[in-house]
Design a protein around this ligand. Sequence first.
Ligand code: PSU
Ligand code: MN
Length: 307
Amino acid sequence: MTHPLLAFAPEVAAALAEHRPVVALESTIIAHGMPYPRNLDTARTVEADIRDGGAVPATIAVMDGTVRIGLGPDELGRLATDAGVAKLSRRDLPWALAAGRLGATTVAATMQAAHLAGIAVFVTGGIGGVHRGAETSFDVSADLEELGRTPVAVVCAGAKSILDLAKTLEVLETKGVPVIAVGQDAFPAFFTRSSGLDAPLRLDTPAAIARTLLTARALGNGQGTVIATPVPEADALPDALIGRAVDAALAEAEAAGVGGRDATPFLLAKLVELTGGRSLDTNIALVRNNARLGAAIAVELAARRPG
Ligand code: PSU
Ligand code: MN
């Protein structure tokens, strides 16, 4: 697959040409979701987890006027350390590409890029969603809009309780997006295994998930799919600890008047601070868990390719 605005790492191009499993990764989590140096260490470790699972990782970012599909070590380092990395959602891609800016892609922009590149599975930590108080702020992540329009499977640990998870599930239903909890009935809440809300669907194996994805494709569905797997038990945070930290982080954001594209990075950084770093350990553990599942799904999809 070639496109004038996409630049593939050779390893990713070869894997796609041979229909071998490939898993896309986002870069906002590196540039704006975790502090240095653990962001860089995590980016490398997660790529290794995907390789161990039998797939080729393709971390996506914007550099020098192209969308990079797969990054080398120096490029990962730039994203993890450069203070001027822009946070790019779908709306920002035309400008960032035309202006030659360095940018990290959100779930929405990474889905768009993965689909252009012919990659069907994408691993992240948590998706954006409907923010608490959205009835007055109108803050609904473009990730949900993208899930309604781009057929890429997004493997995540649910969404953080900085969001209104009930409203997030409602919007996904409206947009026709299948939301699958893996191995349990509850929709996971990122740091904790359960949001207290049942996910609309439950599947227990990568093979069952792959069959559902292929069936969506056969129907000609244009939507993405949310595949939400809970953080491993040993890495989950206590409900009360994270509940208090989320309330305090939201209060600080409101007092500081933080909104728009800065809201999510501000809240993520506050949570790390307020939990004394424990939220970061959990975040890293769950992204690695998501990477293992994403690789397994990509392997199942490749094995089911007709012909
Ligand atoms: N939620 C997380 N960690 C993250 C993000 C969300 O738990 O790193 C990032 C993702 O890149 C997501 C973006 O796509 O934030 C959503 O930003 P916004 O709410 O501004 O749409
Ligand atoms: Mn927003």
